[in-house]
Design a protein around this ligand. Sequence first.
Ligand code: GTP
Ligand code: SPV
Ligand code: MN
Length: 608
Amino acid sequence: MNLQAKERVNPSPVSPRDPRALPPQITNAAVREWIARCVEMCQPEAVYLCDGSAAQQQELLDRGTRDGTLIRLNQQKLPGCYLHRSNPNDVARSEQLTFICTASEDMCGPTNNWMETKTAYAKLRGLFDGCMRGRTMYIVPFVMGPVGSPLAKVGVQLTDSLYVAVSMAVMTRMGDVAWKQLGEGDEWTRCLHSLGDVNPERRYICHFPQDNTIWSFGSGYGGNALLGKKSLALRIASYLGWQQGWMAEHMLLMGAKGPDGKKAYIAAAFPSASGKTNFAMMTPPAKYQEQGWEITTVGDDIVWMWVDPATGRLRAVNPEAGYFGVLPGTNEKTNPIAMRCMDRNAIYTNAALLPDGDVWWEGKTEQPPREAIDWTGQPWTPDCGRKAAHPNSRFTAPMCNNPALDPAANDPNGVPISAIVFGGRRSRTIPLVYQAFNWMHGVYVGATLGSETTAAATGQVGVVRRDPMAMLPFIGYNIRDYLVHWFRMRKKMKDCPRIFHVNWFRRDEQGHFLWPGFGDNMRVLKWIIDRCQGRAYASETTLGWMPRAEDIDLEGLSLTVSQLEVIQSVDNDAVKNELLSQEELFLKMAGDLPKEMVFQRELLISRL
Ligand code: GTP
Ligand code: SPV
Ligand code: MN
């Protein structure tokens, strides 16, 4: 059987009493046909249409509690909250098993794993064949993007994972709203997912950008399985954006209103597990709140951006409707807003379970609990030598829980962007903040972004790798074309956002963070906003425009101006080494390096 999107055959007839009969609510002929063929291939025992209602979500949560997929938490403390434990071999995104499947290898480029389209379909068909026998296939229709936005995209995910179905209800605008937006149209993403036998040997996350199709097999975890997120809203969307003249980026989106009542929106790209959720939900120091500063969240992981033809300005929406955030390190001090987001109607994944039905993770409280059940289901005590929660344990929470949700979070017209911020985890070399000289230089700064790897992806943690625009694992096409697209966007804009680079993670010789981070990042944000509004001083340096130490407000911190000078210091020899380590990416791209990149690199060398 051939399931390629473009082919059309009549769906197999199913009798009305057949539990696999397609519900009549699905009216779009192409969708019915595609589901019928997937049913024929996967052979589920039953199909279940998710309609997005609260009653149905509860029914699924109850079903998951009965079959052991979910553990109901203490409903007095955490109303509507559940815990899920994933397979221990399935706790993070699997970049090595993620593929871009195109006709030619050149479309995929040197930074992605490539599989030829037909070969990939054939290989995965072998895996999907009969994979849902004895299981229920959940039909999950969803919209990415505020309903009514010209960029909003419809997807339909078929999955045999109840955890995925209930998570998609939190993370996307799920249910009938999708059928309404789609009507009889043919622009929708076909997302097929099965847990299979959750075996890393038989795990593939395949994207077919030319067919608007995603097939994911063998993993139930986050970015591998919630296909609206990284697969649709970044990999497929980045490809569509390239074709259609807009951008899909791995960025948070926040509003910042100053004491003068002026509001600026800032988009920031930090690699996975490097501070997007925390920055997007920042609680400013008390002094700033008293002065009237207000920080609001539009999104914490993904933005879609386009140029408004009327004003020539960059605008953006958050395509998601929920947060899939990192637990370790999140607490009442570092991120009280996130704590409010997850205190009701949230799903916890791979956290530790406490005797009273509460959850815990490393860094939630200063004192660890006396006992717990760890994320693998084993008894745990503080001295047992193991972590209670997995380092990539997460919460899934609806964004309507956020007490600091930006009023425009659901606005189909999005918000105007004043600044784009790039940032990495860098123990050495890279200062706290600098501003790129202009858009073209800013694109170079983003393209050469380096960061220490984290637990969000399977593999070694803590090694510096190049992660262009924090998008290395998420660009759905050739990085050469992606970077050229960034450079060319400038031509569409009359007034372009200012571009900055930040590093909250510089350390001293003992390994301690030099900058307090979290809410105190407001002090850096204030300089960024002042720069955008033409109010702050900066001096020209090798890397870009930098504040003098006295330009960053330190009042209320135990940090001296000379300590800040250390955090801001730029050592030209270290920058030379940085240039050398950029070769890692440049060599991969070889003759395909955009000429603007070569030019910016030469300018930097001449400044050195
Ligand atoms: P993804 O969801 O994987 O895309 O991650 P993210 O970029 O949203 O990262 P998140 O904000 O969840 O932060 C990840 C980890 O970094 C958490 O353990 C945070 O506590 C920690 N972190 C965030 N901001 C800061 C900061 O300013 N300073 C320090 N030292 N740590 C931070
Ligand atoms: C990331 O890894 O960047 C995440 C988590 O935001 S996941 O959804 O698993 O991709
Ligand atoms: Mn992310």
